[in-house]
Design a protein around this ligand. Structure first.
Ligand code: HEC
Length: 145
C-alpha cells in the first residue's frame, strides 16, 4: 500500500470513530433531556400539589425539595417513597415533618426514574440521569418483583 493511501485510510477511520463517539454522547444527552422534560410533567401531575411547582413545599405540612438537605442523603428511600409512600418523622433542613406521603402505585419504574432525574437535576445539584434500570433495582429492595 502506498504511504499516501495508508494515511488517507487512517484519517478516514479516525473521522468515523470520532463521529460515532459524538453520536453516542448526543444520544445520551438527548435521553437525559427527555427524562428531565417528562419528569417535570410527571412532577406537576403527581407531586406539585403538595411540594409545589417551585419545590418549596408547604410550611409545616409538606417538606421542601428545593434546598432540601434530605435529598442527597436519602435517594434510595425517596425513590421507594414515590411508589410506596412514606409514613415517618423526617427532619428536613432542621424542621420535623410527620404527615404521611401517600403511595402512588400508578407510577411505573420509568416514571419514577424520570421524576428522580428531574428533581435531582433541578434541586439536587445532579446533572446526570437516574436511569430506569437503576430505579428498577432500587424498587426491588422495597417490594417490586
Ligand atoms: C399528599 C402530599 C404529597 C404528595 C402528592 C407527594 N408528597 Fe412527597 N412528601 C410529602 C410528605 C408529607 C413528606 C414527609 C413524609 C414523612 O414525614 O414521612 C414527603 C416527603 C418527600 C421527600 C423527602 C423530603 C424532602 O423534601 O426532601 C421527597 C424528596 C418527596 N416527598 C418527593 C415527592 C415526589 C417526587 C412526589 C411525586 C411523585 C411526592 N413527593 C408526592 C407529601 C407529599
Amino acid at each position: 500500500m502506498k504511504k499516501g493511501s495508508f494515511i488517507g485510510l487512517f484519517l478516514c477511520f479516525t473521522v468515523v470513530v470520532v463521529s460515532l463517539l459524538s453520536a453516542c454522547t448526543n444520544a445520551e444527552e438527548m435521553k437525559y433531556k427527555q427524562y428531565v422534560i417528562d419528569g417535570q410533567a410527571l412532577y406537576k401531575t403527581h407531586c406539585a400539589n403538595c411540594h409545589q411547582l417551585d419545590g418549596k413545599g408547604l410550611a409545616g405540612l409538606y417538606p421542601p425539595i428545593e434546598g432540601s438537605d434530605f435529598l442527597a442523603k436519602n435517594k434510595n428511600l425517596i425513590i421507594c417513597a414515590m411508589r410506596n409512600g412514606l409514613q415517618d418523622t423526617i427532619t428536613v433542613n432542621g424542621k420535623q415533618y410527620h404527615q404521611p406521603m401517600p403511595a402512588n402505585t400508578q407510577l411505573q419504574a420509568l416514571d419514577v426514574a424520570e421524576i428522580t432525574t428531574y428533581i435531582y437535576s433541578t434541586w439536587g445539584g445532579e446533572k446526570a440521569i437516574t436511569d430506569v434500570k437503576a430505579v428498577e433495582k432500587i424498587l426491588k429492595t422495597c417490594g417490586d418483583k
